[in-house]
Write a protein that binds this ligand. Sequence first.
Ligand SMILES: [Fe+2]
Length: 347
Amino acid sequence: MNTRNIIGLTAVFLLPFFIFGQTESIRIAFGSCGHQDKDLSILDTVVTHQPNLFIFLGDNIYGDTRNMRVLKKKYRKLGRNSHFKKLKSTTPILATWDDHDYGENDAGRHYPCKKQSKKIMLRFFDEPKSSNRWTHDGIYTTQYFTIDSLTIQFLLLDLRTFRDNLLSFDKKTHNAGNFTYDIDYAPYQSGDSTLLGTEQWIWLENELKQPADIRIICSSTQFGTAYNGYETWANFPHEQERMKTLIRTTKANGIVFISGDVHYGELSRQPNPGAYDLFDLTSSGLTEEWKFACPNEFRVGQPVRENHFGIIELKRNSIEPLIEFQLWDKQNTLRLSETIKLNSLTH
Ligand SMILES: [Fe+2]
């Protein structure tokens, strides 16, 4: 299935692009884990960066209900929030979901209200009637942003609708360096479970074969981290490996991951022998925070524990295009910065 929408999205993006005249730099901002009852003024800080786009990466509200009236009411509360309205009136928005806005903590394919919840979510984010998100199961989709001769592909994954149950670890205590914590989940040892599901894998393979200069894979939970006992791709190691294999076999260039969910921010760099290293910039905590950052052997630099948002900045004003991974806190302080060459993401 082909979900390309170059012309539509390009039209949306051209306005902020021409107003600010910044052909040299494209800023893709994103965040996750924003509670509708809490202070969302960090979205005002996002707006000061004049991003070309903002991506809500999941836990966009804390719904946590099987009552769809309650879910709608919580979305409406976000919709009335002045900081959200300011972002929406100035910046094009894309969105996928995670567990809490899907409807239940750590829920997967057995959540019984997923079809109703999907309609509520897509309506809230003004999904066009023509979108094939309405007609296939789940909310995965592709969007394109073409500017000058550069094409950015956004692959918005759905990690909830098709995901099998997680393997429980019954709160086993995990030793991690100089501290211990209780963990929730064990990694699967066999390949008979799925995170993405058959149809989504087929769609993804097809999309990775389409031409693009940079591809942002938007994953609500973390892809690039080591196993840590909480919910991540590492609970499905065969699916994590399948993604890496797919990147090698399709020879898809320019891939970076963005993720959320964990209530802290970090940059992971996971090797993919035979291809190129896979970067995953996690931004989690528009309003939420966690008491510690899990150990992660793939982490680059330090985690950010305070509320923050992420930006992927594509810089075109040097000899060759650069990608800068950034995490900014609410006080507009740059807390993490890592720059790579775009052409390092090639086979
Ligand atoms: Fe989550």
